[in-house]
Design a protein around this ligand. Structure first.
Ligand SMILES: Nc1ncnc2c1ncn2[C@@H]1O[C@H](COP(=O)(O)OP(=O)(O)OP(=O)(O)O)[C@@H](O)[C@H]1O
Ligand SMILES: [Mg+2]
Length: 278
């Protein structure tokens, strides 16, 4: 199913608009969004609060529908992709089931897919180890900090080794140390599994560290302002990204490039688009 067709995009978004009807009138959250995320590619969305990042993620995840335009996930409709469990999700709210333990929450997608009990137990142990929660397997979500809950959600999203991960500020609630550790883990996991990732963040260094491309959005209505490809040293392979990268010149250059794109429309700082000024 997958190996023979590597050319199918993980996500294909074309001319997507989203208008919300509210009591005080219409809110255009997204305007003519076009974006293709290749299989295995890591794409981050960054932009000011309210620019439509979560809205766009919700459309991809079939939690809401576009007002116009089209959207597909591995060549399927958003709905079909959801039914086929084509992706794992980790969103702003951890979204754990309060009546299930940590272990029970992580095991849920495996249960839904009918994994054998022994294999499930082994996989859950491996995942909890990865997110550093082995000692909390039998706790309930309300006994955990926000950051720990978020790590459970991430483990759950990874449970089935999906070929697409949709992550909306998954590390927002984590302390800086844990956050960097999770970033490194995510780079490793996505490189190892070849999963495509669509990742929302407010952190420029986080976007730079993780991504192949950073999509910069502008607010009201949400549009794609610029797409910045990450060029990080001679070996730009994601698998080669390590902690040292954060100290490198090329890393800071990319942080500057994304920052300038975010402040686009400020001609003095950025100059004409595409012009190198570093
Ligand atoms: N269900 C809804 N009904 C009405 N308006 C909505 C709805 N959901 C989102 N919006 C509006 O759409 C716009 C985009 O919201 P969205 O949550 O996508 O922003 P965001 O980029 O994720 O912001 P943040 O960085 O703060 O998470 C906002 O103006 C918001 O008020
Ligand atoms: Mg959001």
């Amino acid at each position: 199913m997958t190996d023979a067709t590597p050319a199918i995009a993980a996500v294909e978004i074309s001319g997507v608009d989203k208008v919300f009807e509210t009591r005080s009138g219409q809110v255009q959250a997204l305007d003519s969004i076009g974006l293709t995320v290749a299989a295995g590619e890591f794409v981050s969305l960054i932009g000011p609060s309210g620019c439509g990042k979560s809205t766009l993620m919700r459309l991809v995840a079939d939690l809401d529908q576009p007002s116009s335009g089209s959207l597909s996930v591995f060549g399927k409709s958003a709905k079909q992709a959801r039914l086929d469990q084509e992706y794992g999700i980790a969103f702003q709210q951890a979204g754990l089931l309060p009546w299930r333990t940590v272990e029970g929450n992580v095991a849920l997608p495996l249960e839904l897919h009918g994994a054998a009990s022994a294999a499930r137990t082994a996989r859950v142990a491996e995942l909890l180890d990865m997110v550093g929660l082995s000692d909390f397997a039998d706790r309930y979500p309300d006994q955990l900090s926000g950051g720990m809950q978020q790590r459970v959600a991430i483990a759950r999203a990874l449970a089935e080794q999906p070929r697409l991960l949709l992550m909306d500020e998954p590390f927002g609630a984590l302390d800086e140390m844990t956050r960097e550790k999770m970033q490194t883990e995510l780079v490793r996991i996505s490189a190892e599994t070849g999963a495509a990732v669509v990742f929302v963040t407010h952190s420029i260094p986080e976007a730079v560290f993780l991504s192949d491309r950073v999509v910069v959005m502008s607010p009201r209505p949400g549009r794609i302002q610029e797409i910045v490809p990450m060029r990080l040293g001679a070996d730009a392979q994601r698998a080669a990204r390590t902690e040292e990268l954060r100290e490198e010149r090329g890393f800071f250059d990319m942080v500057t490039a994304v920052r300038e794109a975010l402040h686009g429309g400020s001609p003095v700082a950025a100059g004409p688009r595409g012009v190198e000024n570093r």
